[in-house]
Every structure is written in C-alpha cells, then in structure tokens.
Design a protein around this ligand. Structure first.
Ligand SMILES: NC(=O)c1ccc[n+]([C@@H]2O[C@H](COP(=O)([O-])OP(=O)(O)OC[C@H]3O[C@@H](n4cnc5c(N)ncnc54)[C@H](OP(=O)(O)O)[C@@H]3O)[C@@H](O)[C@H]2O)c1
Length: 306
C-alpha cells in the first residue's frame, strides 16, 4: 500500500487523480491538501485544509503524513493573474516547489510535478522534452524555474508537461475550453476564438493516468503528455461543437492580436509524444477520441453539474 499525497486535491487534475487512485483502495492510501473545504464530493480519503504557501504548516503536515509520493498539482494557474501578481506567482509556483524538493530530498520521497507547454516560445511546435525553453509569460517563466529546481536536484522527480487541460469534476472553480464552448453554444451564444494559436488539448483523465503510471513505475525525468492532435484553438472549438451536435456557425475566428491579453501566449506548441509511449506505456489518443469519451462520461455524470 502506497501513501500518495495530492496537493491541490480540489482542482481539476487533483480531483481527477483522486477519483482514479481511489478505484484501488487496496493499493493506495490517498491524502489531499487544498484550500478551504473539501470540494471533491468524496469522503473516502484524508483531506487536509491547508494553504501550502504556509511553510510551517506544510512541513508539520508532511512530517505527520510521511507520504511515499507527492503529486504536486496545486499552482497559480491563471496566466494573466501571474503577470499581474508576480510575487504571489513566485511563492506558489517556485518557492513551494523548492520547499517540497527539500522535503523530498531529506525524506527520499518521489515528487511528481506538473509543468506546461508555456515554457516554450511557440515558434517551432511539436516540442520534445529536450528542446530549449524560452517562456513568453511570467507564468511560463515561473514553471520553468520550478522545473530547474528539480532537474538541478538529486531527488527522485517526475515532471509531466501538459497542454490546455479539460475535463469535469464534482465542483470546480476554473472553467475549461470544452465546458465553456459546450455551454455557450448550447445557449445559442456566439463566441470568438483565436485561429492563430495551436495546441494539443489534454483530457484530465489522461493526465491523471500519466501521474498514476509515474507513481507505479517510479519514473524519473521529464515527460510530455497531451492528446496527439495539433489544432488551432478555433478548430478545437469546432470539434467540440461537432461532437456535441452544436451549431459551428456560432464560432467566429479572431486573431490573438485583437484580444489584448496581459500575458503573451506561444503561437504553436504541441508535443512530440514518443517518450511517454516508450517509457511509460501510455499511448495518447486523438482529441476526437478523448472528446467522445468525455461526452459519454459527461452525459452520465456531468450534465447536471455544468
Ligand atoms: N489547466 C491547464 O490548462 C494546464 C495546462 C498546463 C499545465 N497545467 C498545470 O497542471 C497543474 C494542475 O492544473 P489544474 O488545471 O488542475 O489547476 P486547478 O484546477 O486550478 O487546480 C489547482 C488547485 O490547487 C489549489 N491551490 C492553489 N493554491 C493553493 C494553496 N496556496 N494552498 C492549497 N491549495 C492551493 C487550488 O485551490 P482553489 O480551488 O481554492 O483555488 C486548486 O484547487 C498545475 O500545475 C498547472 O500549472 C495546467
């Protein structure tokens, strides 16, 4: 039985991983750390309400639990908010990772950390794990610095880099592209979507599976994980409309320049996915296949929530 700590257990990935690990209660004892009350809708794990930026409390909680592995999903994930409040971004996205790395070094704990395609500048696309990063935003820079803390340490770490994550869980505080497009179009509202940014969207269930495989195989190093389809965000919206049988003519293409966002976004990301196939045995699917699975689950469990 492995003791697995999930930071950010109230988040999209946090709850998705919680649900996956708790299917095997004989293999995993799960502990979740998040702010405020437990919003997962489950009671069959140990929940600790904690601000993980509070080092003293974090240390006390870690010492008490002594996990075998930590999956660190909590982060400041709003890209424009990171641009606005760099200090808060530094604390959560860099200093907390440094603290966890120190703890894992002393206790020999496996640390699984989640990173992003936003560490790249988006000029090339189909990035390999070994490609040179060049973040355009403060969020991307903070995530790159967090990676460097681990890659320059001697701890057992796994970095899972991912792209545009979507899914649904019991209660979520952040929207994502699939839920948002589905909701807007089903209310017959017109939406404008950029057609000059290209991504490989990631179903949260696949990302959670990558976390589980990293735990089980004690994988170390950096791994890319996303779907295997590179599409413009406009095309992503069109595929969502198609799968849910909604009106694609409500989707209007626009360019990034017209958006005037605080943080710069990379134009074309997407990953080379060979490493996760050969080393973790995870074979990413097309966006369409993942969307169809999402739709089935959504019909059964999500449509009353969102
Ligand atoms: N979503 C994407 O498109 C995407 C893309 C690439 C990489 N990633 C990375 O993937 C990881 C998981 O993302 P996600 O989409 O699951 O994020 P999320 O839904 O925003 O979940 C993050 C969770 O962490 C919690 N948290 C934040 N600060 C905390 C603190 N100080 N103390 C305790 N808990 C705290 C949040 O709590 P509250 O709910 O109370 O705010 C939230 O529940 C992140 O590292 C993110 O950078 C995400």
């Amino acid at each position: 039985m492995k003791k697995i700590l999930i930071t950010g257990s109230n988040g999209l990935l946090g709850q998705t991983l919680l649900n996956l690990l708790l299917k095997n209660k004989e293999d995993y004892k799960v502990i979740g750390f998040s702010r405020g009350e437990n919003r997962s809708g489950r009671e069959d794990f140990t929940y600790v309400s904690i601000d993980i930026a509070d080092e003293k409390r974090l240390y006390t909680a870690l010492e008490k639990i002594q996990p075998d592995a930590i999956v660190h999903t909590a982060a400041m994930t709003n890209v424009d908010a990171c641009e606005d409040d760099k200090k808060a971004c530094d604390i959560l996205n860099i200093e907390v990772v440094r603290f966890l790395a120190d703890y894992c070094s002393a206790s020999k704990t496996h640390l699984i950390h989640i990173s992003t395609d936003f560490i790249f500048d988006g000029k090339k696309g189909y990035y390999k794990e070994i490609d040179a990063p060049n973040p355009l935003s403060y969020y991307g820079l903070s995530k790159l610095k967090s990676e460097e803390i681990l890659t320059q340490s001697s701890i057992n770490y796994t970095i899972l880099r991912t792209i545009l994550v979507y899914g649904f869980v019991y209660k979520m505080t952040r929207n994502n592209i699939v839920l948002w497009v589905r909701k807007m179009l089903s209310e017959n509202k017109e939406i404008t979507i950029v057609n000059d940014q290209f991504r490989m969207p990631t179903y949260a269930e696949e990302l959670a599976l990558a976390c589980k495989l990293a735990i089980d195989k004690k994988a170390t190093g950096i791994f890319n994980i996303s779907s295997n389809t590179l599409l413009s965000i406009y095309e992503i919206a069109q595929q969502i409309a198609d799968v849910f049988g909604l009106d694609t003519s409500l989707i209007k293409p626009i360019s990034t320049a017209t958006l005037n966002q605080k943080a710069k976004r990379p134009a074309k990301t997407g990953f080379d996915l060979e490493k996760i196939k050969t080393e973790l045995g995870l074979y990413p699917k097309s966006f369409k296949e993942d969307l169809l699975r999402f739709k089935e689950r959504f019909k059964e469990n999500g449509s009353s929530l969102y």
